[in-house]
Each structure stands twice: as structure tokens, then as C-alpha cells.
Design a protein around this ligand. Sequence first.
Ligand code: PEP
Ligand code: MG
Length: 658
Amino acid sequence: MNRTKPPPAAAPAKPPPAKPVSGAGRSGAPKPQGVSKPQGVSKSQGTPRSQGTKPGGATSASPAERRLSGIAISEGVAIGAVFGAVEPEIEPPRRRIQAADIEAERSRLDAAITQSKKQLVKLRARLDMLPEESQAEIAPLIDAYLQMLGPSRLTRTMRQRIEEGLVAAETAVHDTGDAMAAAITAMADEDGKGGEQRASARRHADEVREISRRLIRNLTRQPFRSFTALPAGAVLVCEYLRPADVALLDPARLAAVAADEGGADGHTAIMLRALGVPAVLGVADLTAAAPPGTLAVVDGGKGEVILNPTPATLAEARRAVTGFARQRQQWARLKRLPAITTDNQAVELQANLELPAELPLIAQAGAAGIGLLRSEFLFMNRERMPNEDQQAEIYRGIIEAMGGDPVTIRVLDWSGEKEIDALVAEGLVPDLPPVNPALSVRGLRLLLRQPELFETQLAAILRAANAGPVRVLLPMVTTIGELRRAREVFERVVRRLRRRGERLPEPLPPLGIMIETPAAALSADALALEADFFAIGSNDLTMYTLAVDRGEAIVASLYDPLHPAVLRLMQFAIEAALLLRKPVSVCGELAANPKFTPLLLGLGLRSFSMNSSAVPRVKQAVRGVSAEACARFARRVMEQNDSSLIDELLSEFAEANE
Ligand code: PEP
Ligand code: MG
């Protein structure tokens, strides 16, 4: 079976290894940080080992080849030396406070303690996924950390230091951690304790430092930015990669990406796919097994990472690299051919855009415009929110680059997963991520609560829309009231811009909605009366329908867009749109899998938006089928109630039409 979702055997998530070859996640993130094994670890493991690696991959000690499986994220095979992304040392700026600020700083410290505890509890809950020896090693460590975060001398002293030293919470944490760790080691040395006891004291001191680091990361939300040292052609290996981290990667310098954590359809996965970098996520034990410098083969299509490949494996991998390049060339030939079915039904194949770096890829793929511009990138990795002029310039640049092809700009879809520091810095979202970010204030909910943010973005889009055809897309709609309120804001912005004497396109850009919640899908008949178009977001629709976190490796095998419940919701929404002749497209990851194309065509869809590298493959699938046969096929599929059977039907249909 070859599905977009990982096979059930996909490696489950595991708590990060007992080493600070740390993931790119940071403590402000909803993803927990790893538990660093305190003793004897170096913080400077970020560059590949240059010694000991012979050409051809065998190291001087000739370590055995090791195959690790994970979740196939982004196709392609790459060979390179492992670069372990390390977390930077945290040295918070020293900050003094006034007596009046003591309470506020204590509350900040309490919030960071609560957040740290939550992260650790989450990690502990995942321990049973690990081999027994690792569990035995890590569990007591997590318990020790939790104890220290309780009513301990450590936390008491930190609070005291805020009050007595009149310093900010992070300064108090840093100073207390350092002083206490130093005192523990000094005491053991002074007492002339034996080697075993001294080692134990050193371990305890390291635990104290580790807890301080965690608290400081949670207090300062310090972004991870250590990719500048990434050598060309390296395989980036880390525990966890946030979408904001991917935005910092240069695909031209990177051979591949592999991480311990992550799911098939989380935003990290989507962005890696968008960059066209071979990638595997959810590889249990990876960072522990792959020290920097290890030669690795990453097969993003199979979801496999091979460490220390034998010469035979290496030769095979080199053939796969060449084979994949050849296949890309074949697909490139499809670029100029139209996307039409054998019975002449035209199909619109557009690209999703997550980062401006993808623009050349979109042109190469022959996509007919941008069907989903995820505007989050504009707001990531910066300290202040971009203003109207800055945003307008970026949108205009993209619209102009599309040379008259339509661009659908989705307004900011913030959620806990897509961390945007500037939003926190400007007080637009709470400092602490909500308990359940997916069900909290995200997407349109945030924009309606923060009208200035919404109005600024709409104004920028409207101004840029003079440069070419644009549509505006609203994320995470659940009620018709939200759509109405959003339209009021849209119209208010139009009036304001006109009063300001701005030239606006005529007609104005259509205002559409994402169908990505079961509520929106089941209200699609009513929503279609008021929305100008629908874009079906199968990623979130699957997540919310099946109650499965799309970014979590541990439940990845349950994430199934072919579940009849998901398909029925999609069918209902498509039919509602078609009935009222409203444009409807699908822009989730489902759209990128050519195996699903006949079913989606059969359900009535004629517009797809996907990562640009998938456009040629989907075009090939479109050109190989008749719309009529697809409609018959879809009727058969929709009678099924078992997704594995549906999957088989899809495979059979695809094979028969190859
Ligand atoms: C979706 O949910 O399917 C979608 C396209 O939006 P995103 O992946 O950005 O949440
Ligand atoms: Mg979505």
C-alpha cells in the first residue's frame, strides 16, 4: 500500500534521547523539550566529525549498518554526513526590576514552572514507547526534574532572588541554578567524598542546570537558530523541528532532514515537502543512534534512514539518487501539457506556497497559480509584526511573479503549533500556549479577536491585488457568524482604503473559506450561500474528524484521510458548493497524492492545490483517466465503510489506469 499517511508500522514517537544533541524545538513550543542526560555531555556537537569517516562511508571503527524506519515525508534519496542540530547555550540578558514588578516576575516564573512540568509529564507519558533500558534510565530523571520543579529549595530560592535581588525571573533562575550547581559540586569535592559520590553530586548539579535551562527557555522563548553552521550537503538530524525552524533552512544547502519526532501531515512535514528536501520524521531513537558525522542515507519516499551504510547499500542509494533525478526530468516534460482528463475535462492544478523560496519551484512545476498561500511565513522568525506596507510589498512580489495566474492568499492561520514570536511579543496571543492549541484560539478566531491584525493584513492584500488576480481565504471557520463578521471587517477595510484614496481592484477579490472542520463541512450548504468559494483543507478536516493530532508520530497510524467519515464530509461540502456553482478546491495533502486523484475527480472536484513538486505526478494521473469513469469509481468508493478497502480500491484503480 502506498498512501500519504504512514504505514501502521511507522515508528512511534519517543521522548528525545538522553543527550542534548537537541531537537530544534524550543521550550516555548507546545512540543516538549527533550530530557537531557545531565552528565558528561558536550554542547558543541553541531558539526560533522571530520575524522574517522573514510570515503565510501566506512568509519575507521567500521560501525555496523543500521536501518531505522520512520514516516515518509518528502520524496527523494540523499546521502550525507549527519549534522546534529544543537540547541544554543542559553544566557539570558541580566535584567533588573523595580519593587513594583516583583509580583509580575513571580507570576512569570510560576507560569514557566507550570509549563515545564507539563512538558515533562508529557514526556513521561511517552516513555512506554521506548526500549526498557532507556525507560529505566530516563524515568527517574524525569521524576527528579519534576520534584525539583515542585516546592523545592531550588524554586524557593529562585522566588526569593526575584524579591531580594530585584531581578527578572530569567536572571533569578540563571543565577540560582548556577550557584546551586556550583555549591553541590564544591561540597562533594571539599568533603573528600569517594569517586562514586562525587560522580553522583556532579550528576545532581547537572540536573539543576538542566532544569534552569528548561525554565529559561520557557521564560524567554528563545528561538532556535543554529542552522547557520549547517555545512553544505549535510543531513540535518534533530529531535524535533518546528515549522519556524524549517523556514530558516536553505534547501539548496541541505541533503536531507530526519527527526525523532513529527507526524506525516503536521506543518513541519508540509514545509519540508514544499522545500523539496528528502525528509523522514518520527524516527524513534534517531538522534541517539546518529552522532554528528555519521554517514547516512535518507530515503524520504520509503521513510527510512540508513546509518553507516555498507558499500553495497551506498551503491544502491546512489542508483536511487540518479533514478529519482531521471524521474523528475520525465515529469518536467509534462509541464507544457494541459491538465485534462481523457474525456476533455479541464482540471486546475495549482501550488501551495509556504515560503517565497518556493516560487521558482512553482514555475518549474507548471502550476496554474497558487491555490493556497499560507501567509504564516510573513510573521515567523521576526521580532515585530510586519506592517501594512511591508506585507503589501511581499504579496505584490508574489502576485507579480505569478504573471497573471491567480493567487489565493490565506490570512494568518496561527495556532499553537505555528509559533510566531512577534505575536507573543506584541501581546496578541498569550505567552503560554493553550492546553489544547488545536481547539483554542486559532485561525480566524484569533483574527476576529485582534481586528487590527486582521485589518492590516486585509488592507495589504487588497492593495497588492492590483498586481494580479487574488482571492482571500479564511482559515478555521466553524460558524456562519464568523464568516459574516469576517466579511464585515473586509468591507470596512475596503471603505477605509477607498477613503484613503487607495486604488482597489474591480471587482474586489472574492472572500472564501477553508472547509477544514467537521462543523464547516456539515454546514457547507449554508456557508456556500455566503462564501465566494471553498478550499477543502483535508489535513485539519482529517485531524478534527478523527480526533487525531496530525503532527504527532504516536498517533500517525490513526491519521487516515480515507476514513469514510472524512470522505463523506468532503463529499457533502463539494456537493453543496457545486449546487450553488461556487468554486471548490482541495488544498490539503490529499491533493498531492496521484492515487487519490481519480476519487477526488469522481467526487466532482476540478481544482487542486498541492506542494509544487507533486503537480506533474497529479497531472499525469489526471491525463490518464476519464471523468466519467472517475464518477462511477467514486460512487463505488463511497459505498464502502472500511478505509483499508477504500485504499485497495484506489490502488487497483490507479494500477488499471497506469
Ligand atoms: C488543511 O488543513 O488541510 C490545510 C490546507 O491547512 P493547513 O495544512 O495549513 O492547516
Ligand atoms: Mg488547516
